[in-house]
Design a protein. Structure first.
Length: 362
């Protein structure tokens, strides 16, 4: 393989057709897409991306344009592990998280896409291959919806083929959360996979109380009940609340996941490939979870993550996120009987509508 020749970053603001809401971010009217296109000396291309929920995308794009190119210019694009470490340590003092790791994630995704394309393989097969049919849930984002509107959103997701649903909790009063979960459970029926996401809203004691109140409704998991920095708090909630805990979308490295997993603080580790360090880190996190006999789930970027979970024997559910990027992708995620189907196209198979995106450039 020839060396890396060009790196092109893009920054776009994608308006949402439906306003989203959760307990900490409030109302979300748009999200930022930050892309990177890497080409080698033969003209082969790999594409990666990351995103934000409306802020700091400029910082990520700036790192991709100003800092990273000189670190990896002319390096062999096949050396994903070496390049990952070179960027990590090259930007370490001002990094270890935040925009730096989002930029690193996008670069790493692009390099793995390029590697799989050159091999003529879909990414999930290059990563080992396990099962291209991945259980998938709809990540509903609508804390402010009325119960009636929430159930209509759920019916719409069921009509699309989803056979697992996640809803938001974390309203000002616990009784309202419990009533909404109870309504969802009654609507979906016993045994239907239902998750609830608090988006870091509570204190530890509030979360324990909430978990106990929600216990009768058979949640698959309660997600991010408290701030991600409190590992011991997550362990207490898991031990005292009686409900499985999913967490990890706000963790930024393999080592942060190690602390959670070894500390008994999580039931479903939940990395996001666009902010945990890319494909390289995601797969290490998944293998670490496997060593502890834990199922791994995911956050965001379902069009890429379907490949990663299709290569993991300990995968649980893929999250299908509600950010509406499908409008700008040639081949949106395919769902069959509640399973997301990993594509057979070479690479990760995400082909952006660059002309359409250009109109949204920041």
């Amino acid at each position: 393989m020839t060396g890396i020749k060009t790196i092109e970053a893009g920054h776009f603001r994608i308006p949402l057709s439906v306003i989203l809401s959760d307990s900490t971010h409030g109302q979300i009217t748009a999200f930022e897409l930050i892309t990177v296109r890497i080409r080698d000396g033969d003209g082969a291309e790999g594409v990666g991306y990351t995103y934000t929920v409306g802020r700091n995308g400029g910082a990520v794009a700036d790192i991709l344009r100003r800092e990273i190119p000189e670190l990896i210019a002319r390096r062999d694009a096949a050396d994903t592990e070496a390049i990952w470490h070179h960027i990590w340590w090259g930007l370490h003092y001002g990094g270890r998280g935040g925009p730096v790791v989002l930029a690193l994630s996008a670069i790493d995704i692009a390099l793995w896409d390029l590697k799989a394309r050159r091999a003529g393989l879909p990414l999930w097969r290059l990563l080992g291959g396990f099962d291209p049919r991945v259980p998938c849930y709809a990540g509903g984002i609508g804390l402010d919806l009325s119960v009636e509107a929430l159930l209509r959103q759920t019916d719409d997701n069921l009509a699309k083929g989803f056979r697992a649903i996640k809803m938001k909790v974390g309203r000002p009063d616990l009784a309202s959360d419990v009533a909404r979960v109870a309504a969802m459970r009654k609507h979906l029926g016993e045994g239907f996979p239902l998750m609830a996401d608090a988006n870091m809203k509570w204190t530890v004691e509030e979360a324990v109380r909430a978990a106990r109140a929600l216990q009768p409704y058979d949640l698959t998991w309660l997600e991010e009940p408290i701030i991600p920095d409190d590992v011991a708090g997550h362990a207490r909630i898991l031990a005292a609340g009686g409900v499985p805990i999913a967490a990890g979308e706000n963790l930024r490295s393999l080592w942060e996941f190690k602390t959670y997993i070894a500390g008994g603080a999580v039931s479903y580790p939940e990395p996001d490939v666009t902010n945990c360090g890319g494909v390289t880190s995601f797969m290490k996190i998944a293998r670490l979870a496997e060593a502890f006999n834990l199922p791994v789930t995911s956050h965001g970027a379902h069009d890429i993550t379907v490949h990663l979970l299709a290569a993991c024997p300990n995968r649980s559910y893929l999250e299908a996120h509600g950010f509406g990027l499908d409008r700008y992708i040639e081949h949106p995620l395919v769902l069959e009987e509640g399973k997301a189907i990993a594509p057979t196209r070479a690479g990760h198979g995400v082909n952006f509508d660059w002309t359409g995106l250009a109109k949204l450039a920041v």
